[in-house]
Design a binder for this molecule. Structure first.
Ligand SMILES: [Zn+2]
Length: 146
């Protein structure tokens, strides 16, 4: 990075409780500008650098598209909050209650052995949420299957 680089900061930190202390969240997003190009740096809760983006060009004003790199880095910095929210949304109650998935509405009346368990349909939002959580936490060693 150029010694004359202009450093700006954009705080996108979370106040939500973290599911894993090892993430050292909330994370924050910072911009380092070098001439006309930007690099985004994601820092952990201690302010230590966690991740650098590739260089990208960020136009100023109202008439520009948000660069893919910036959108991706914003998504990454929000990931701990999203993970916590997803875990909290799923809660601790099973998907299948009274013969029906409470998440997608699938009828399990014909499968009483599934009562009190989780939905088995891969198009169910709860199934997809568990898969994403497993992938994010590396809980699933088979690529994130719930
Ligand atoms: Zn379901």
């Amino acid at each position: 990075m150029d010694a004359n680089a202009i450093k700006t900061e954009e705080q996108l930190s979370a106040s939500a409780a973290m599911p894993h202390d090892t993430l050292n969240a909330p994370w924050s997003l910072h911009f380092d500008r070098d001439g006309t190009e930007d690099v985004v740096v994601i820092c952990d809760a201690d302010g230590d650098d966690l991740l650098y983006s590739r260089c990208f060009w960020r136009a100023e004003g109202d008439d520009f598209e948000i660069p893919l790199t910036l959108s991706a880095m914003r998504l990454i910095v929000a990931a701990p909050k999203l993970l916590t929210a997803l875990i909290n949304l799923l809660g601790d109650k099973p998907d299948i209650q009274n013969g029906q998935c409470i998440r997608c509405g699938r009828d399990y009346q014909a499968y009483p052995e599934n009562e009190g368990g989780n939905c088995l349909s891969d198009d169910c939002p709860a199934y997809q949420a568990r898969a994403a959580i497993a992938e994010a936490t590396a809980a699933g060693h088979d690529g994130g299957q719930p």
